[in-house]
Structure formats: structure tokens, C-alpha cells
Design a protein around this ligand. Sequence first.
Ligand SMILES: [Zn+2]
Length: 527
Amino acid sequence: MRILHLFLLAGAAFGPALAAADFDLIIGGGLVYDGTGAAPRRADVAVKGGTITRIGSLAGATAIRRIDATGLAVAPGFIDVHAHLEAIRELPAAESALRQGVTLALGGPDGGGPWPFGSYLATVEKLPLGLNVAYLAGHNSIRRAVMKLVDRAPTAAELAQMEHMVEQSMRDGAFGISTGLKYLPGTFAKIDEIIALSRIAARHGGIYTSHLREEGLGLLPAVEEAIEIGRQAHLPVVLTHHKVIGQPSWGASVKTLALVDAARARGQDVMIDQYPYTASYTGISVLIPSWALAGGSAEFKARAADPTTSARLKAEIKEAILTDRGAGDISRIQFSRVTWQPALEGRTLRDWCVERGLAPTPDHGADLVIEAELAGGAGCIFHAIDDADVERIMRHPQTMIASDGRLSRPGDAMPHPRAYGTFPRVLGHYVREKKVLTLETAIHKMTQLPALRLGLKDRGVIAAGANADLVIFDPATVRDRSTFTAPHQYPEGIPFVIVNGTVVIDGGNLTSARVGRVLRHTSTAAK
Ligand SMILES: [Zn+2]
């Protein structure tokens, strides 16, 4: 490398005939939002060898490629700290994320991190990746591997084994640990188990990110639990996809944000991420109490068939429809992925009731929820969030934008539109139309804020020496097009996305470049 470097210098000294281009890429004339939240400035941005090398006026400089960004915004590539990358082997280009301007996605949320961690990353590393990826260790995956789906505390030996698995994951490059305390088997874990495992992640400099135990009536104690875990385990906390579910709880973000502020005032590091929609997506089993699901599908079937337990089961599902994820109305529950009856995809629980000749009541809805779970479950969209809570959470200075979206492919099921539209929706709907955030603040929440959360100082900013992950978009036209009824639509107004210095979305088209990398967290613990 040293010889090559001297050669180039010599070339420059002897004149342009011998000189290679000064840069690989110059993005000229754009309005540069550097990711720090600072006001934009007009500048050219030069990239060489995968790194941003110059920012300023570069009219006289030469480059192999020049992009005219006049009238466009130039920003660091977006960092998605809650990404469902489970389909990365089938969709390594990650086009649904890339076209939103996402250049780094953090997988393994909700307790679902890969196990064994190191070998999984080695597999992903061999894929032709469209963007950069990183991963969290997952409490649910680890607990399931050790204890299956049982509803009890771990023995000392089981806890030691889980601690070892977190340790191994952190040494293999996990950025922290995720939990999904609403889901099996994480829901069976008490706080002391999570604290013990989080302490291991803390020792390596990792974060704790949690799908909270409850997001409706039990939201406040669930936020308190997450903060307490961070306090006792000494690690940063992220309340992920933070939201308030179900009408009886709407407005509670005033209180949850106050809890975050109070913890921060005490010196604790607590942050939030959020997707910009008034509906969530998860399995229909979210309406089913965890005691009924414990052990697995055979046990659930037995409980649903038993007259005593089935009555209790149905009553609790009905309660969840009325006060929690069902938002009081079975037309707010929309099927998204139904492998055993794809015709239901896009339609609601109310539609299904009517089709079956049943009165569309929460009672009959509860019956069909049980039927759906027995048939193999279903992915559903739950229209149960109030936009006032979305906006309030979005404005909080510690809130990052993250999709919670699955890698998606046109035509496959009816995914939540966040998979295609999260980042452009914030830029178009919440910034340009509703003016909830300034553009520079929104970009900060998509770039430097998550980069620093992950300990990545050379990403999420446009600065000399930073990694050249960049997005170029039109602030006047950028918008999401994906909807709840027609989700498979890429956004508009994002003509260029650059990953590690290479143009991967070029004039609105996906190129054949696959230059994404697997990023590994560097443990801060002694080896
Ligand atoms: Zn989740």
C-alpha cells in the first residue's frame, strides 16, 4: 500500500497526464446534512477507498464518478437498530431496506438473536450482502436452546449455561443482548435472570434492548423493569419499537417518557427507538396468554380442548381484544401472513367472522384467534396505536428511528409497510407534511444517534475519515408508498444509496454491487 501511495503522489507532482483521479466519487452541489443534527450546508463530498475523505468545494478535483446532487440532500446512510434480517439468506441484497437509504441494519431483536452466534455470522459473511449488518444476542433463542418452552426459573446450571452462551456471543461480536419478554420463552424469565445475563453483555460493552413485557395496560411497569435491568446490570437500555398499545392506555407516552427522563437525570443511559406507524405487527399469539402457550403447540391444543382452561383462555383473549392489541375492535386486527389460508392475507378478523357466518363480536373473534393458533398461527397487523403517542415519542431527543421491518420481497404475503417505508415515511410524512421534526433532527435520529448507540464513531456522520455510507434524497419529494393494503411498494425520492463507498442504488435502480459487510462489536472485556 505504501508503494502505491507514493506512486500516486508522484503522479500528482508530474501533472494530470500521469495522475489517477483524485477521488473515487464526488457528490457535487448537494445540501449536506452531516448527521450531527447541525443545520445543512452546501458542499461537495469526496469518497476514496470506501472512506469520506473531503468535504467542501471540490470543483477542480477529479473523480472516477461524479454525482450531481444539486437540489438534493446528502446524508449519512441510515442505521436501522431494529431490523428483522431472518430472511437474509434468501434476500441478501436487502432491497426493501436499501431502497429506504438503510446502509446498516442491526438484526436479532426481540430476543431472537442467532444461536450459535459466531457460526451464524460466518454464514452471513459469505452472502452477497447489499448492506452492512450487525447482530444482537437473543435471550429467547438462548433460553429456548437450554430450557425449551418451559414456564419456570432456570436451575443454577441452566443459568450458568445461558451466561456462557451470552459470553460466547459477545466474544463473537454481538453488539449486546435483546429480550422479547412478551414472547415465549422470554416471558417466563423473571427480572433476576435477565439482569444476570445482561451483566455479561455489560462486561463486554454491549447494550440491552427490549421488546417490553407489556405495551398496553402493563406498559409502565414494563418500562420500569427495563430501566431497572439497566441500572442493576450497568448497561445502556433501549426501549425498542416504543409505543402505546390499546385505547385505554393511549396517552401513556407522557408517563413513559418521563420515566426515561428521570432515569437519565439519575445518570442512567436509556434510549428509545420507534417506527412511524399507528399499527404493530406480530404473531396472532400475542393475544393469547403465555400460560396457555407454555410448552408448545401440543400443550396449547390440550388446554384449548379442556373445558375449564378453554373458558379462561377465551376470556383472556377477549380481554386482549378489548383493551390491548385488538384495540377494542376485531376490524383492527388484519391478517398479514397466513400460510394455511393465504386468502386471509390483507383481510381482517372481522372479515373472517363475517365469512364464517358469525356475528363480528369480540367473543367470536376470540374463538377464531384460537382456531388460527391451532392451525399454525398467523402474522397480523394490529391497528392499536394513537398517532399522538407516535408523535410525542418521535420528538423525544433520545428516540432513534428504526423499522422493526422484515426483509421483504414484492408479492410475498402482506407485510407491515414499515418493511418498505419507515425512513422515507419519517422524512416525507412526519418532517415535510406534519413538521413534527426538522429535517436535520430526523436525519440525526437515523444516523449519528444510532451509530453512537452502537459505539460506531466512524459511521452515521459525514466527516473526513468516516465510512462512506451515504444516501442522497430529494427532501421535496421523498415519501413512502407502501400501505397496509398495498405494501409491496418501494419509496420515492431516494435516487442514490452508497454502501462502503460503492453506489448500490444508482438513479433509483438497484445495481449488482454487493459490498455489505458483517460488523462485529469489539468486546471491551479482557480476553
Ligand atoms: Zn418486537
